[in-house]
Design a protein around this ligand. Structure first.
Ligand SMILES: [Mg+2]
Length: 371
């Protein structure tokens, strides 16, 4: 088989306004931005890479177009590890987190998609998996909802077949934990004892108040308490973990194996939630996965369930993926036939690579409208 060489990069921005009132404890969400990358080989195969943002999409696109793409033209897409390290050292002076890594992640994902397509092999097989389905939780329940809206959305998730559901705590910016405790109890009463409840504080508490809330809602049998304190407050995360037996999730704001190493050494996570579309693509997620296995904690990648599904199918310590209901409309437009959950599970397919097909008409039109 003559080797494919990387020949072309096409980068599209898709902005999807979020109408209505969607806020968590620390911010209001107004737009979902996706960066859709197409890397084409000299033999015409195309790999798809994805990253996402609320701000900074144009900067990420420019970093790929101006700085990363020229270094990769003519290169072998199978050299994912070598190319990752080359790019890491090329870019390290301007960022080992943030937009730089969003760019690197999208590129790495596209190269892995290409490897699967060149081999005619689904990525979940190439990554070594044999699971055909992975549990997925529905994620929403914004703090901007009143109690009835919150309970209605959670009941709707259960009616759709989800057995794990996640909602926000930290109403009024985290100033009223008594209200949070009431809301958690209302959800538990509404969905019954069998459903797994996950709560997400989006960085809003200090450790003492987070522990106080955790102990107040302990009777509601919480599967995971996410980001109780500021993501960089690793001592605070560790203090939270010592103060409650509710398992701690964190890591959606972490990048690379180095960031996850620090969380694990500090005993500051029970579920590591690094996100492959930001943290460094599949190449880095495999290394993060190895770290979580070495420390015997769960790996539960944040959001982007269609990107994480092949990886999750290959990793025994991924208990579930996350499906943000807010992303469902734009995901359905960007991809043709992207997998949808059935009875609370995402099922892998047998198409090569990621198994995703872009709806290029939509993607191009959205990009032309200005992202
Ligand atoms: Mg979160």
């Amino acid at each position: 088989m003559p080797g494919h060489r990387i020949a072309k990069f096409d980068i599209h921005l898709v902005a999807s306004p979020v109408p209505g009132n969607f806020a968590d404890s620390t911010r209001k969400v107004e737009t979902i931005g996706l960066l859709v990358l197409r890397v084409t080989t000299d033999q015409g195969l195309e790999g798809i890479g994805i990253t996402y943002h609320e701000v900074g999409g144009e900067a990420t696109r420019e970093l790929i177009r101006h700085d990363i793409a020229p270094r990769l033209i003519g290169r072998d897409p199978f050299e994912t590890d070598a190319l990752w390290h080359e790019l890491f050292h090329y870019l390290r002076g301007v960022g080992r987190k943030g937009l730089t890594f969003c760019a690197l992640s999208a590129v790495d994902i596209a190269l892995w998609d290409l490897k699967g397509k060149i081999l005619g092999m689904p990525l979940h097989r190439l990554l070594g998996g044999n699971r055909t389905r992975v549990p997925v939780y529905a994620s929403g329940g914004w703090t901007s909802y009143d109690d009835d809206q919150l309970v209605d959305e959670m009941k709707g998730m259960v009616a759709r077949g989800f057995r794990h559901i996640k909602f926000k705590v930290g109403v009024d910016g985290g100033r009223d934990t008594r209200r949070d405790a009431i809301r958690v109890r209302k959800v538990r009463d509404a969905v019954g004892p069998e459903i797994h409840l996950l709560v997400d504080a989006n960085n809003c508490f200090d450790a003492a108040r987070a522990v106080q809330l955790a102990n107040e809602i302990r009777e509601c049998r919480i599967t995971l308490f996410e980001e109780p304190v500021f993501a960089d407050d690793i001592p605070g995360l560790a203090r939270f973990r010592r103060g409650t037996d509710i398992p701690l999730g964190t890591g959606e704001h972490e990048y690379t194996k180095f960031g996850v190493r620090d969380l694990l050494l500090a005993e500051a996570a029970d579920f590591v939630q690094a996100d492959g579309a930001r943290a460094g693509g599949y190449t880095e997620m495999l290394k993060i996965a190895a770290l979580t296995q070495a420390f015997n904690v769960a790996f539960a990648p944040h959001a982007m369930e269609n990107i994480h599904l092949p990886l999750a199918a290959a990793l025994p310590n991924v208990p579930f993926l996350e499906r943000l209901l807010m992303f469902e409309p734009v995901t359905a437009l960007v991809f043709r036939d992207a997998p949808v959950p059935v009875d609370g599970y995402m099922h892998v397919n047998d198409r090569p690579g990621l198994g995703l097909e872009l709806n290029l008409d939509f993607v191009r039109a959205a990009d032309a409208r200005g992202g």
